[in-house]
Design a protein around this ligand. Structure first.
Ligand SMILES: *[C@@H]1O[C@H](CO)[C@@H](O)[C@H](O)[C@H]1NC(C)=O
Ligand SMILES: *[C@@H]1O[C@H](CO)[C@@H](O)[C@H](O)[C@H]1NC(C)=O
Length: 239
């Protein structure tokens, strides 16, 4: 017991020290030199009505950060409000994802990138990369980040994405139906090897179901599998 306690203290100390020495880049400080860029940077988009910050899917981001102690992260800054603001906020969110991505890559063109989004947060990220169902579905219709601009995006994890399309090769989970804001089939083909989109049958938003509880269980059910997949993608991208 005592030994375990001291071991934990020591590893906590080491972890804190490595975070400090990594001197994470502030993306708002354009005077920082590229050698302050983190090798891995995460963008995290919370779900509808969650408080500003990472939201519940921050638990997945934390698992990835634990495996990659020099990695940094930033939350997507968007309103994430529910109906009747949802459609407007998806548009704002797509722009926020795009602008934050463009800003970071202009400073750090060689960092490996990871996108992590839950619910509305998954929709804005995947709409930015793949295009959306069109203006009525809150989107621009076409991608705002091209595959060549996003060549360093190693992994994209969506949980409960309302833009979910059933039967895609990147789908994970048990869903057999489309989400309420489904994008066109194949819209994400360019990113097929980079996306894991988790959606379970019964989810009202990503799978046309009616069970709210399903929409709240993704971190609990899939964080372990998703973080392992992300870490594998990071390793391949850095090889
Ligand atoms: C990014 O990588 C390229 C190719 O290895 C290199 O020439 C360039 O200097 C790097 N840029 C930065 C900002 O590190
Ligand atoms: C909703 O899903 C939860 C979690 O899978 C399950 O325990 C519950 O029985 C479901 N509720 C209904 C009404 O099907």
């Amino acid at each position: 017991m005592v030994l375990l306690y001291y071991n934990n203290l020591i590893s906590f100390g080491l972890l804190a020290a490595s975070f400090a020495s990594a001197a994470p880049l502030s993306v708002h400080d354009s005077k920082k030199q590229p050698d302050n860029c983190a090798p891995v940077h995460l963008f995290v988009a919370r779900g509808t009505s969650e408080s500003p910050g990472d939201g519940s899917i921050g638990s997945l981001a934390q698992l990835v950060l634990q495996e990659n102690p020099e990695a940094t992260q930033e939350a997507i800054d968007y309103p994430a409000a529910p109906f009747p603001f949802y459609i407007t906020d998806v548009s704002i969110g797509i722009k926020a994802v795009t602008n934050q991505f463009m800003h970071y890559t202009s400073l750090c063109p060689n960092s490996t990138l990871v996108f992590i989004g839950y619910s509305q947060g998954a929709q804005i990220m995947l709409d930015a990369l793949c295009g959306s169902g069109g203006p009525l579905k809150g989107g621009t219709g076409s991608p705002t980040i091209t595959k060549s601009q996003g060549k360093n995006i190693a992994a994209v994890v969506g949980y409960g994405d309302p833009g979910h399309v059933a039967g895609e090769s990147w789908d994970q989970g048990t869903a057999k139906a489309d989400g309420i804001f489904a994008r066109p089939a194949g819209a994400c083909n360019a990113w097929a090897n980079n996306i894991h989109s988790y959606c379970d049958a019964g989810d009202p938003y990503c799978a046309g179901g009616s069970n709210q509880t399903i929409h709240l269980q993704y971190t609990h059910k899939y964080n372990s599998a998703a973080s392992q997949w992300v870490n594998g993608q990071i390793v391949s991208a850095s090889a």
